[in-house]
Design a binder for this molecule. Structure first.
Ligand SMILES: NC(=O)c1ccc[n+]([C@@H]2O[C@H](COP(=O)([O-])OP(=O)(O)OC[C@H]3O[C@@H](n4cnc5c(N)ncnc54)[C@H](O)[C@@H]3O)[C@@H](O)[C@H]2O)c1
Length: 278
């Protein structure tokens, strides 16, 4: 396998401190990329940067909340300041805040739209001078873009097929697919590909047993994460592979779409689900 697939490429991964995002950061680094680990939580961000560096990789951490309107400038500006450019943005940060539709509050609704749709929109827009304009200048000078450039947006089977108790999350994750196809059309002419990766059941903090008690603080609220044990055991029913995916298997879908090997794949939504929902 070509371990230099991402050599001299700069990759930003939001929600990179844990789960699928952390696995993606490690894989990008393993394949030669310079990685910017970004997560709202500073401790896992710093720990992963150390781990990547200890394994001989190149990484920095820029922690912060993607829903903060000031954060895109800090993250993308900080990336370019340190590494001089950006090749790949992975909009992966996210969480769930479930509830049945008839009981869902506006706060719950907007929280999911903010993190899964508005934040990726702002981050992609922030990349325009460093990706779109850079590629435009290369085309003017050389007749073609000179580097691999891609945006990967993370969706979910909830966004593609709907899911009970997740109308807010489903709409956020459906919106990101429309955004993906729009950016694919607007930036495709500059050789910048934009693709989505929709996960099924991947074993992370988001899908561990709710009874384990993981939570995430949003404003003054502590949001419980995970799936009730009874539902978890049924979650792979009808899945042809009969098992959940690992974070590394989820991350591999991101790597595939980001790599130069996918240079003619644009506006696609790759389902990494083990075949659920086919
Ligand atoms: N695990 C699954 O089965 C599954 C299925 C479909 C989609 N997804 C999506 O995959 C992505 C990764 O989730 P995961 O399963 O690895 O979960 P995870 O909880 O293990 O990791 C998500 C990371 O995102 C970070 N994060 C959350 N909100 C943030 C914010 N506002 N700003 C910055 N960072 C923030 C968290 O701190 C966490 O480290 C999410 O977008 C999720 O919706 C996951």
């Amino acid at each position: 396998m070509n371990k230099n697939l991402f050599e001299d490429q700069v990759i930003v991964v939001t929600g990179g401190g844990r789960g699928i995002g952390a696995a993606a950061c490690k894989l990008f680094a393993e394949f030669g990329g310079k990685v910017v680990v970004s997560d709202r939580d500073e401790e896992p961000t710093a720990a992963l940067v150390d781990e990547i560096k200890d394994s001989g990789g190149d990484a920095i951490g820029i922690a912060g909340d993607v829903t903060d309107p000031a954060f895109p400038a800090k993250l993308i500006g900080g990336t370019v300041e340190h590494f001089g450019k950006i090749n790949i943005l992975v909009n992966n940060a996210g969480y769930t805040w479930d509830g049945m539709m008839h009981k869902m509050t506006d706060e719950q609704w907007y929280a999911m739209i903010d993190v899964h749709t508005t934040a990726p929109f702002r981050l992609i827009r922030e990349c325009a001078p460093y990706m779109r304009e850079k590629a435009k200048a290369e085309i003017a000078e050389h007749g073609a873009p000179q580097e691999n450039r891609a945006i990967i947006n993370i969706s979910s089977t909830s966004g593609l097929h709907g899911n009970v108790g997740q109308i807010n999350y489903a709409c956020g994750k459906a919106g990101i697919v429309g955004m993906t196809k729009t950016v694919a059309k607007e930036w495709g002419g500059f050789g910048i590909r934009c693709n989505a990766v929709a996960f099924g059941f991947i074993e992370t903090r988001l899908t561990n047993a709710k009874e384990e008690g993981a939570s995430l603080k949003v404003g003054d609220k502590e949001i419980a994460l995970g799936i009730p044990e009874g539902m978890r055991s049924r979650a792979t029913t009808g899945n042809p592979l009969g098992r959940p995916g690992s974070p590394e298997e989820g991350a591999s879908g991101i790597i595939m779409m980001a790599s130069p090997l996918a240079s003619y794949v644009n506006g696609h939504c790759l389902e990494v689900t083990g075949g659920s929902g086919i």
